[in-house]
Design a protein around this ligand. Structure first.
Ligand SMILES: NC(=O)c1ccc[n+]([C@@H]2O[C@H](COP(=O)([O-])OP(=O)(O)OC[C@H]3O[C@@H](n4cnc5c(N)ncnc54)[C@H](OP(=O)(O)O)[C@@H]3O)[C@@H](O)[C@H]2O)c1
Length: 222
């Protein structure tokens, strides 16, 4: 059977793996970076951890006899996507990219669209209570805003305490249900949401909740 490598880590990648496995016509391997301690494993084979750059990915493609690569990673995960382009060019294996469209503002949304995390940090007014819907690697840009309070949600507890002077850490996953996200925002007195325009249904609950509550959203573009 032809062997498909899905570069995963998203709900869409898991759904794609399930669809392809169900056809019974291809062997499916999903690759995860290993960022979360207890990932939901998609159907088919799963491998976890980096490949060692584009060269490592090319070697894996050769060794495993991969005949097709599908990049279904998060739209902000740029390095792995660049590595996939290089590795498939080097090995001559076809590459497909499952592109997740960004969210578009609708009536009632109060978005301020910015081009970088730095701009997002500057856009916050003093005294704001900010829900930072960002991964650990994106938080440090907000450290100088000691005049704001930050509420941060993470799937796994951070290895080191977060270096914010005034923050609350919530452990858990985003909910696709706006009612859950609205209840969370209300219980923490959130005045602003900061997030990236990731697109997709699983992260949209917070956007719809902000709209329903009339909260301003600082939206970092792609
Ligand atoms: N960025 C986000 O906000 C975000 C949000 C939700 C989910 N994710 C998922 O989390 C993963 C990591 O995101 P990131 O932003 O850290 O990526 P990144 O900056 O593009 O990748 C950094 C390194 O992590 C490894 N890696 C990334 N995705 C991998 C995968 N699917 N399988 C094996 N190795 C992978 C690669 O290491 P080597 O060079 O050693 O191969 C890559 O060079 C991605 O798979 C992405 O789909 C990311």
């Amino acid at each position: 059977m032809p062997k498909v490598l899905i570069l995963g880590g998203t709900a869409e990648a898991a759904a794609l793996a399930a669809r392809l496995v169900a056809t019974g016509e291809v062997a499916v391997v999903t690759s995860l970076a290993g960022r979360t301690a207890h990932p939901v494993l998609p159907p088919g084979e799963v491998r976890i951890g980096g490949f060692g750059g584009a060269e490592g990915l090319a070697a894996y493609i050769r060794e495993q006899g991969i005949s097709r690569v599908i990049d279904a990673t998060h739209p902000f995960a740029r390095r792995i996507s660049e590595n996939a382009i290089r590795a498939t060019a080097e090995t001559g294996v076809p590459l497909e990219h499952l592109v997740r469209p960004g969210w578009e503002p609708v009536r009632g949304d109060r978005w301020r669209e910015v081009g970088s995390l730095e701009e997002a940090a500057q856009a916050l007014p003093a005294g704001a209570t900010v829900f930072l819907a960002l991964g650990r690697q994106y938080l440090d840009t907000f450290l100088p805003r000691t005049d704001c309070r930050f509420v941060i949600r993470m799937v796994d507890a951070p290895a080191e305490p977060l270096p914010f002077s005034n923050h609350t850490l919530i452990l858990g996953k985003p909910s696709a249900d706006p009612a859950d996200e609205a209840a969370l925002f209300a219980s923490h007195g959130i005045t602003h949401l900061v997030c990236r325009n990731s697109g997709g249904a699983s992260g949209y609950g917070k956007i719809a909740a902000a709209r329903e509550m009339g909260l301003p959203v600082v939206m970092v573009g792609r």
